[in-house]
Design a protein around this ligand. Structure first.
Ligand code: ARG
Length: 696
């Protein structure tokens, strides 16, 4: 009992569940028994007192949560960082705790106004004193962490809480003596879990199951080898004992109703300062500038959501609101992230939304040379579909050959920049790294930007047939328009087009000049040709819809015929192939490209089995496309999507809504998804084009 260890507690005289500020309090308003609460608190008090000295702060009427002294502040050495509560319901506790700290002779530090920090509830010292774990996401703000690092002269590791049941770090995370850690991994995001795993070796991590976590097993008071908690399952007890800990259970059910247990009810006020520690917060911040129809296009919401969902935090420094419908707004936003790494990821996404540096802070891109052919320097900027500019020696240069998932190569002497695939990078080329000096050029009319639209034909109740007809009308009009202007429509199609009877309609579109290139795989060509030669598609009679006896061999016969002829074009020239999609392509001189895959039968002589060549050939045919019609081929369509810059209209048709969503989600107005049978879609499209062509 001569222990120098001291804890602060607050008797539950005025304790009650009086309001709801966390999920545990829901449904528990005034449901805790004062007598039982007093009794449970007393038991805990005695347990702690058996191992340490306990000081008391006077409870105050009207501040029922004051029992949770973990939220008074955070103590290290002679410094106490006072809490700044997130909820007004608890803000009134601050002066009482402040007074107590001052009376005890602590130097009291206070967070700036509007920067919530909830004390030791969200900041837990490594029990070896090597660093401070600090939580954020619900109650404490990420931007409070650098203050902690500075004031306490310690390294701060920021952990993001993602499960609202575990709204304070101490509800799911408990550093133990000897470098052990008791915690519930699911309460944290992936980045935080990785950080924990980097700092705490596997054999020292004691992971909780949900059943123990919801009993607040991680909300434990650790004194030496003793662990005081509300309740632990047998396996957990065994686990802790195995590591030399003695588990003392003491029921705290009345306090669980307010979302707290033993750790919340105590504050360790003697925390020795380690000699070796030094201020360091991983938190990185940066100010971004956004301009445009920030409110009506929803851009500002998307940007801020992206920051928070990505594990960061923000503060709006300045917002100029455009007052007229046509006038734009601008905003300066301070973005914070738990580490430089997370910051770069956030910035890359913000750049896609059009975020830039403040005009007075613009800077050049960072360039690094390729040192190994076919690879980029670490930290290289990964390109997107959005038109991009990079700032080189003070001037902004537009990036050529915009596509996604490439590196940006800068040729300084010629002031040129272009997207290039990793495999094509040559030693000595200069590559854009990091995220500085990069911006995307957004079209001013993005005022009307809405999320990608999706139309469902089959999906009952989602959308009416009439709506699909409306999209078909739009697409038909567009196709006509592009054809009349001499534009370029590229179709990517899968074999389903043939199975669903769409072949004849696609053939017609080609014949009538609506298609300028056709991209697909081996299969669509084989099925189209099988149908042209033998009337079946994968052995199914396309007229009668039934399997033909021995029909499964038909597609190999079709392949054989084309192989004998030397290729599709040759088969047409030799008069063997006289109808169908590919026949029309050859007849109309419409180029096609077939990309092979592991499951291809044959393959046809026309199919590229070297995928790098196939990609290059696709890219060549896609150059200058105005509209791409993606017809039921997820694989080829995704490939095409990656090669296509924003600004090209995309129409994706698939019976599977998931495919449509995946393909049409380019965050742009130009993409339209249609959930329907592709054969049906093509027949509607052809019918609509016929209507347009009728003399008025
Ligand atoms: N009702 C209190 C609140 O929601 C409970 C605080 C529990 N304290 C803790 N350190 N987790 O703020």
């Amino acid at each position: 009992m001569n222990s120098p260890l001291r804890f602060l507690m607050c008797p539950p005289e005025h304790y009650d569940v009086d309001y709801v500020i966390n999920p545990w309090m829901e449904g528990n308003l005034h449901k805790s028994s004062p007598a039982r609460a007093r009794e449970q608190w007393q038991q805990l008090y005695q347990l702690v007192q058996a191992h340490a000295q306990v000081d008391l702060v006077t409870p105050q009427a009207g501040w029922p949560d004051m029992v949770f002294t973990a939220n008074a502040g955070l103590v290290l050495g002679q410094t106490a960082v006072l809490s700044r509560f997130y909820h007004p319901e608890r803000q009134g506790e601050e002066p009482y705790f402040k007074q107590w700290f001052l009376e005890q002779g602590y130097q009291v530090r206070e967070m700036p106004q509007d920067l919530p920090f909830e004390g030791a509830g969200d900041a837990l010292l490594d029990r070896e004193g090597r660093w401070l774990w600090a939580g954020y996401g619900f109650r404490s703000e990420l931007d409070s962490h650098p203050y902690l690092a500075r004031w306490l002269d310690i390294e701060v590791l920021s952990l993001r809480l993602v499960d609202e049941r575990f709204y304070h770090l101490d509800t799911c995370f408990c550093p133990l003596q000897g470098g052990y850690l008791l915690y519930y991994p699911s309460a944290f995001d992936a980045y935080s879990n990785r950080l924990i795993e980097l700092r705490v070796p596997r054999e020292k991590r004691i992971m909780l199951e949900e059943t123990d976590a919801v009993q607040f097993a991680a909300n434990a008071v650790n004194i030496g080898q003793i662990v005081i908690l509300n309740q632990a399952s047998d396996p957990l007890k065994t686990h802790l004992q195995h590591h030399g800990f003695q588990v003392l259970e003491t029921p705290l059910t009345e306090f669980l109703k307010a979302g707290g247990a033993s750790k919340c009810l105590t504050l360790r006020v003697t925390e020795p300062v380690m000699e070796t520690s030094q201020a360091k917060a991983g938190v990185a911040s940066r100010v971004i500038y956004l301009e445009g129809h920030l409110l009506d296009s929803g851009l500002i919401n998307r940007a801020l959501d992206l920051v928070v969902e990505g594990g960061g935090s923000f503060q709006i420094l300045n917002f100029q609101l455009g007052l007229q419908r046509q006038s734009t707004s601008s905003a300066e936003v301070k973005v914070s992230a738990p580490s430089g790494e997370v910051m770069e990821t956030l910035m890359a996404q913000l750049i896609d939304l059009g975020a830039a540096a403040r005009p007075q802070e613009e800077q050049d891109v960072y360039l690094e040379p390729v040192t190994q052919a076919g690879t980029a320097p670490e930290d290289f900027y990964v390109s997107t579909i959005y038109p991009t500019e990079v700032r080189v020696e003070g001037t902004w240069i537009r990036v050529q050959h915009q596509r996604m998932d490439a590196a940006i190569v800068v040729d300084r002497s010629n002031r040129r920049a272009s997207c290039k695939l990793l495999r094509d990078l040559v030693v000595g080329e200069e590559i854009v790294v990091r995220v500085e000096g990069i911006r995307t050029v957004r079209k001013p009319e993005s005022r009307e930007a809405k999320p990608a639209q999706e139309f469902s034909f089959m999906g009952a109740g989602v959308s009416s047939e009439r709506r699909v007809e409306l999209v078909v009308e739009q697409i038909a009009w567009e196709l006509r328009h592009i054809r009349d202007q001499g534009g370029r429509v590229v179709v990517t199609a899968g074999p389903v087009v043939i199975h669903t009877g769409g072949g004849e309609h696609l053939a017609r579109l080609i014949r009538e000049g609506y298609v300028q290139a056709l991209l697909g795989g081996n299969a669509i060509a084989v099925h189209d040709i099988e149908q042209a030669l033998l009337g079946t598609s994968l052995g199914v009679d396309m007229q009668r819809g039934i399997s033909v006896h021995g029909g499964h061999r038909h597609h190999l016969k079709a392949i054989n015929t084309i192989r004998q002829a030397g290729g599709i074009r040759q088969a047409v020239q030799q008069g063997l192939l006289t109808q169908g999609v590919f026949y029309e392509c050859v007849q109309r001189g419409v180029p096609f490209s077939l990309a092979g895959s592991i499951r291809d039968d044959g393959p046809l002589p026309d199919t590229w089995m070297d995928l790098i060549q196939a990609q290059a050939d696709y890219a060549r045919l896609l150059e200058g496309a105005d509209l791409i019609l993606m017809l039921s081929s997820m694989l080829h369509s995704i490939g095409v999507g990656n090669m296509t810059p924003a600004g090209v209209k995309l129409v994706c048709v698939d019976i599977n809504p998931a495919v449509v969503t995946k393909l049409s989600d380019r965050g742009s107005v130009e993409s339209v998804g249609v959930v329907t049978d592709v054969g049906l879609f093509l027949s509607l499209l052809v019918r609509q084009l016929d209507r347009l062509n009728l003399p008025a």
